[in-house]
Write a protein that binds this ligand. Sequence first.
Ligand code: 5GP
Ligand code: MN
Length: 341
Amino acid sequence: MDINLLTAAETESLRSLILSSDNIILCCHRSPDGDALGSLLGMAEFLRQQGKVPVAVVPDAYPDFLQWLPGTERIIRYDKHKSFVDGLLASADLVFCLDFNTFSRTDDMADTLAASPAKKVLVDHHLNPDIDTELCVSHPEACSTCELVFRLIWQLGSFDMMTRKCAVPLYCGMMTDTGGFTYNSTRPEIFFIISQLLTKGIDKDKIYRNVYNNYSEWRMRLIGYVLNEKMVVMQEERAAYFVLTRDDLKRFHYIKGDAEGLVNMPLQIKGLRLSISLRQDTEKDNLVWVSTRSVDNFPCNKLAEQYFNGGGHLNAAGGRLECSVEEAEALVRKAVTEFKF
Ligand code: 5GP
Ligand code: MN
């Protein structure tokens, strides 16, 4: 199967960019998910195989249930080592921007990334990339950035030397960005890639368990609480939403990642096509994080752009509101009621 992404000229450009760069940094978006972290770790391992010494940086903390991924011990957190990373970026030759389309998705890292003289290679599957790059590998139809990283390694002719340590995070990101291959995962290329990854000795069932059966006891209790007491179903609009306040989070000993994927659950209700979650920030006042999920052709990204200062994909998007939780809830009800597409 032909899974190449680049023209011959682009392939050579990528090859020589890697070859000629001594100081390579990889970075991903704020609140890294499985795909952000998977593409970061997969690409970093690939570069090490090429004899490079890349540095993988994340803007802030990632969920506990991804800590098991091979290579996380080397990741540097920007929020903890700001001046060190600023220094690295100021003298970097090459920066890989993985799983984001604009610098603003890296929050506090945005300015220093924009100021870095390094050449940039973007590998991403979000719409409308807005970064000045040497090479832009942007494919919104891809299931994940991990899929794209695999295809780049494949096209560079390096699949044979791919290690298990590279294959595991790449599989993990493809799995998490498709909800365990239950959405956005119908293209045959995806399963061709999986069949290739399996030849590297990955245990896909174990990877599934590591991610989805590896939550804290408190998360399970939080799910029960949300479904029982917090979920509001708007039958007529075929939508549901829930609001998690800071007090709720405290009561359930919330740690990063505990609310991940919860927004998908109301979509299990027959006939629903839209789910929205609101989560009050644990530190900043007047900051509410929004997640939206939909099925079929309901454009979550349009909804998030129009109402929640955000964006994303057709069926999964997010944003942020600078207001109280009460005001955020009122806005959600308004959006659900009046949004037309
Ligand atoms: P989540 O709900 O998991 O935080 O985000 C779902 C998807 O929405 C992410 O994969 C990301 O593509 C997108 N997204 C989340 N927040 C934002 C945002 O503030 N701006 C944009 N453009 N996309 C976002
Ligand atoms: Mn992704």
